[in-house]
Design a protein around this ligand. Structure first.
Ligand SMILES: Cc1ncc(COP(=O)(O)O)c(C=O)c1O
Length: 389
């Protein structure tokens, strides 16, 4: 069989993940300290686990409604109102298999072949392939450290043209930790309004905001109907393995997304949905404790990397730092490979997040302070050998 001919060329052309490639290397070695994974090191709060176990004990082991349990959708709407002052009705909510499915649903529901989707680079690795798989074309906006990785009105205006269908925003950002305040967004709202483009906002790290109060682009009434808000439980609630997220949007759009979801997925995992109801009702304190722990780790890493001579922007959210390694004269892949071979520490090359990430590495602080201290001591040794201050 000539499988090369059988496979859809769009799928064939998707490059392997730059993160995976690197971690396959790291996995073959013993004693590696990895700072690579974007996954909380905390176990899910016990009360959430207990609620899910109880649902199974009670025999709640069937599919739920396609759109998700009404009780959960009501809780999500209450939570978004309470935490972020957003008004949504349960009919405007669909429960998905992680934020990942939410992003895919958004792309597949609105992209026509050839439509352009604006992505902000460096960006989370799943967006570019997601747009391609939906038949869209990516137009990149390059964000820079000088602008604190923010989207500016100038950059936005320049990128929009008659083919633009949507833009994807991800603040707080993976991988940079960039953040948009209410004032930052206020400058963009008239441009969004005038252009009429759709805004997919991936707010998976909303709760992990440090200096400023989180502001959703959906909080601007004049463009709210243009917004597809994607969020979930993986990061703030330490629930990556539960595979649960949600989308909030205009009711008609949710109906359309539901068509894809009901035929491809049926419904999100039932016990995870019961756990999530508990998460929304009773876990504000637990997630605040985790946020505080991430903040302490962030402060440690930013200070340590800057002291070592790797200029590091202070991320305002999520759990990654993005040190600049240009002073070493190495490419980000060379840096990570040499660091791994020399000191058994694994970080992710910035280039895995698009060309705009070249010259940087991504270091996750979803690891204990002890691990971060051990790893940074090794990175210091590596830099000393390289002659960096
Ligand atoms: C920016 C961003 N969006 C979405 C996801 C996917 O999250 P989920 O586990 O909810 O599918 C991730 C996971 O790393 C992420 O970093």
């Amino acid at each position: 069989m000539d499988f090369e001919k059988i496979v859809n060329p769009i799928v064939k052309d998707i490059p392997p993940s730059g993160i995976r490639k690197f971690f396959d290397l790291a996995n073959q070695m013993e004693g590696v300290i990895s700072l690579g994974v974007g996954e909380p090191d905390f176990a899910t709060p016990w009360t959430i686990r207990e609620a899910a176990i109880y649902s199974i004990e009670k025999g709640k082991t069937f599919y739920t409604a396609n759109q998700g349990l009404l009780e959960l959708r009501k809780e999500i709407c209450k939570y978004q109102k309470r935490r972020f002052d957003l008004d949504y009705k349960p009919e405007q909510c669909i429960v998905t298999v992680g934020g990942s499915e939410g992003i895919d649903l958004a792309f597949r529901t609105i992209i026509n072949p050839g439509d352009e989707v604006i992505l902000l680079q460096p960006s989370y690795v799943a967006y570019t392939p997601g747009v391609a798989l939906a038949g869209g074309v990516v137009r990149n906006i390059i964000l820079t450290e000088e602008n604190e990785f923010k989207l500016t009105p100038e950059l936005l205006k320049e990128a929009i043209n008659e083919k633009t269908k949507a833009i994807l925003l991800n603040y707080p950002s993976n991988p940079t930790g960039g953040f948009m305040t209410k004032e930052d967004y206020e400058k963009l709202v008239p441009i969004f309004k005038e252009s009429g483009i759709m805004i997919i906002t991936d707010e998976i790290y909303a709760e992990l905001s440090y200096e400023h109060k989180f502001c959703s682009i959906a909080s601007f009434d004049e463009i709210k109907d243009q917004v597809i808000l994607v969020s979930g439980f993986s990061k703030a609630y330490a629930m990556t393995g539960w595979r649960l997220g949600y989308v909030l949007a205009n009711e008609y759009l949710v109906k359309m997304m539901k068509k894809i979801h009901q035929y491809v997925i049926m419904s999100a995992p039932t016990c995870a949905q019961y756990g999530a109801i508990e998460a929304m009702r009773h876990c504000d304190e637990e997630i605040e404790k985790m946020r505080q722990a991430y903040l302490a780790r962030r402060n440690f890493l930013v200070k340590t990397f800057n002291e070592m001579g790797l200029k590091t922007f202070t991320p305002q959210g999520a759990f990654y730092v993005f040190p600049c390694i240009k002073s070493t004269g190495l490419t980000s892949e060379q840096f990570c490979e040499e660091l791994l071979n020399d000191q058994l520490v694994a970080c992710v090359p910035g280039s895995a997040f698009g060309e705009a990430g070249e010259g940087y590495i991504r270091v996750s602080y979803a690891y204990s302070l002890e691990e971060l201290k051990a790893a940074t001591q090794k990175i210091r040794k590596f830099l000393e050998k390289k002659g960096v201050k």
